[in-house]
Design a protein around this ligand. Structure first.
Ligand SMILES: [Zn+2]
Length: 219
């Protein structure tokens, strides 16, 4: 498996809206696949402290020359050149989906100079190959991806979108019913059950003129 292809901005634009991703995921019994097969792969390979599972989706288009970068649980478009270096730190992939035989990064994280880089995907090649083989076999490539665990997450999070910014709210900052109304979009299997699960507040993917625009007001 080729781990080090160049970043391809067109790959991001091929990602489904949450609505379409959820529909496909449900039609393939995605929940039980994640909670049985993928969970046991993650535990078997001892990578539960490093990686989780993501429902691959997007809420908006990105302008040319920008990528989605997460810092402190806020993900926004950053202008970034091929150096993937900015503000004295490095910009490193945190989410990947599988396309044309290799993992494609589609979301990135900012790592300041004082923090060591997280392990590279190729350092866990046998796990990554087994993971994407299983996803492919289940017909969920393009919809189920890998997500790096950054370590400062709480057990529940709700992703809300404001414009082109995705903000993760920890569960203790939002009413429980709001969290429950969200769509499951990330699963982590570190620690003991109940495992962490993140949800996305977006329940309506918007108008035909802007199919990926998030309408949290309608949630
Ligand atoms: Zn989302």
């Amino acid at each position: 498996m080729n781990f080090s292809g160049p970043y391809d901005p067109t790959a991001f634009h091929g990602i489904s809206s949450l609505h379409d991703a959820v529909e496909h995921f449900r039609s393939k019994n995605g929940h039980s696949f994640v909670e049985t097969k993928l969970k046991s792969l993650i535990l078997q390979h001892g990578v539960s402290d490093l990686f989780g599972v993501a429902l691959v989706h997007r809420h908006f288009d990105l302008e040319e020359g920008t990528i989605l970068v997460e810092k402190d649980m806020v993900t926004a478009p950053w202008k970034c050149d091929n150096s993937f270096a900015k503000h004295g730190g490095r910009i490193v992939p945190i989410s990947w989906f599988f396309k044309e035989g290799r993992p494609y990064p589609y979301e990135f994280g900012f790592f300041p100079y004082s923090k060591t880089d997280p392990p590279k995907l190729e350092q866990h090649a046998s796990f990554v190959e087994a993971f994407f083989d299983a996803v492919n076999l289940h017909g969920l490539d393009n919809f189920v991806g890998l997500r790096r665990l950054s370590g400062h997450e709480s057990t529940g999070m709700l992703e809300c979108t404001e414009g082109r910014v995705n903000i993760m709210f920890p569960s203790n900052e939002i009413p429980a019913e709001l969290l429950q109304n969200g769509t499951d979009t990330m699963w982590f299997f570190d620690g003991q059950p109940p495992y962490r699960m993140y949800r996305c507040a977006c329940t309506n993917t918007g108008s035909s003129s802007n199919p990926n625009h998030n309408h949290i007001d309608q949630a």
